[in-house]
Design a protein around this ligand. Structure first.
Ligand code: IPM
Ligand code: MG
Length: 355
């Protein structure tokens, strides 16, 4: 079996976590007898420096003909002052849009070993296993916008079709899990949210009658994520709400550095990236947590490459490394724990995979 994967290391800590992700991917491919074809390309600030574009055409062309794409992170202070249209982040937004990656899956799970790393009380964290499904190619991120010297506007627009397709992704996931969906909106204020609620209500009633559905306003959802996190299973929401609530949910796990994500389209092609950013303050210091990146490879194996056994093996190896006491600096220290760098944590995961 042959699989082609494009790696976009990006900026800041992106290249360091990408290196560990690729080591793990290569090891699993070898173990499973998969002929892995890897290509690397530029995105974000690195691409602006080299090609004056955050998403060069050559990068997009390579991604379009691959089986899956891994991305490290984009952005950094050195590109913050350039014109808005050529910010590094635009490369990622354009890539999501160009590949039609309308559904972004962001799991937030907890590891008992890391309970003390979370600001949330340990008794609230038992059994937390959430997956946020964020709409990724619509809403205020892509609406009409503009500015003058004294004013600016961004618009949020959704079509019924855009809401239906992301609700179906959430419905299918819930059927494989605990059969519960929380649909998040702001239907007491926004027209787009009223359309969202109507559409979600219809799709879930007609096509997923076995799923228990609740509709929650986004402000209440932010609170409930802390007061009753274990009550949630699948959560589905628009682009902006998903951006915000997924960062909040990551602190249930204990660190933004832990969480992976998958962005998928109608076909099997997907973009896999840790949810953390480029963390320029620790870039190049071998301090970044590679777990979000490594778990993103597990999601890639599961959703794009059809290798679920490899995904399970990676998830188990990460958990085993934590159980063995390995921690990166963001996860805290303590007696019996070994605080290690990015590469050494990668070594620990590879050792567990080989064992
Ligand atoms: C994310 C990030 C991006 C987003 C940025 C980098 C454009 O915050 O993936 O959550 O807002 O979608
Ligand atoms: Mg974000």
């Amino acid at each position: 079996m042959r699989k082609s994967v494009v790696v976009l290391p990006g900026d800041g800590i992106g290249p360091e976590v990408a290196t560990q992700a690729v080591r793990v991917l290569s090891a699993v491919a070898e173990k499973l007898g998969v002929d892995l074809e890897l290509a690397t390309a530029l995105i974000g600030g690195a691409a602006i420096d080299a090609h004056n574009s955050p998403l060069p055409e050559s990068t997009l062309a390579l991604c379009e003909k691959s089986d899956a794409v891994f991305l490290g992170a984009v952005g950094g202070p050195q590109w913050a002052k350039v014109a808005v249209s050529i910010r590094p982040e635009q490369g990622l937004l354009d890539l999501r849009r160009a590949l039609g990656l309308f559904a972004n899956l962001r799991p937030a799970m907890t590891y008992p070993e890391l309970a003390s790393a979370s600001p949330v009380r340990a008794d609230k964290l038992a059994d937390v296993d959430i997956i946020i499904v964020r709409e990724l190619t619509g809403g205020i991120y892509f609406g009409r916008r503009g500015r003058t010297a004294s004013a600016a506007f961004d618009t949020c627009e959704y079509t019924v079709g855009e809401i239906e397709r992301v609700c179906r992704v959430a419905g299918r996931l819930a059927q494989q899990r605990r059969k519960k969906i929380a649909s998040v909106d702001k239907a007491n204020v926004l027209d787009t949210s009223r359309l969202w609620r109507e559409t979600a209500t219809r799709i879930f009633a007609d096509e997923f009658p076995d799923i228990e559905v609740e509709h929650i306003y986004v402000d209440a959802a932010a609170m409930h994520l802390l007061s009753r996190p274990s009550a949630f299973d699948v959560m589905v929401m628009d682009n902006m709400f998903g951006d915000i609530l997924s960062d909040e949910a990551s602190m249930l796990a204990g660190s933004l550095g832990l969480l992976p994500s998958a962005s998928i389209n109608e076909n099997r092609l997907g973009l896999y990236e840790p949810i953390h950013g480029s963390a320029p303050d620790i870039a190049g210091l071998d301090k970044a947590n590679p777990i979000g990146a490594i778990l993103s490879i597990a999601m890639m194996l599961r959703y794009s490459l059809d290798l679920p056994a490899g995904a399970d093996a990676i998830e188990q190896a990460v958990h085993a490394s934590l159980k063995a006491g390995y921690r990166t600096a963001d996860l805290g220290s303590g007696p019996g724990l070994a605080v290690v760098g990015t590469a050494a944590f990668g070594d620990a995961v590879l050792t567990e995979l080989a064992g």
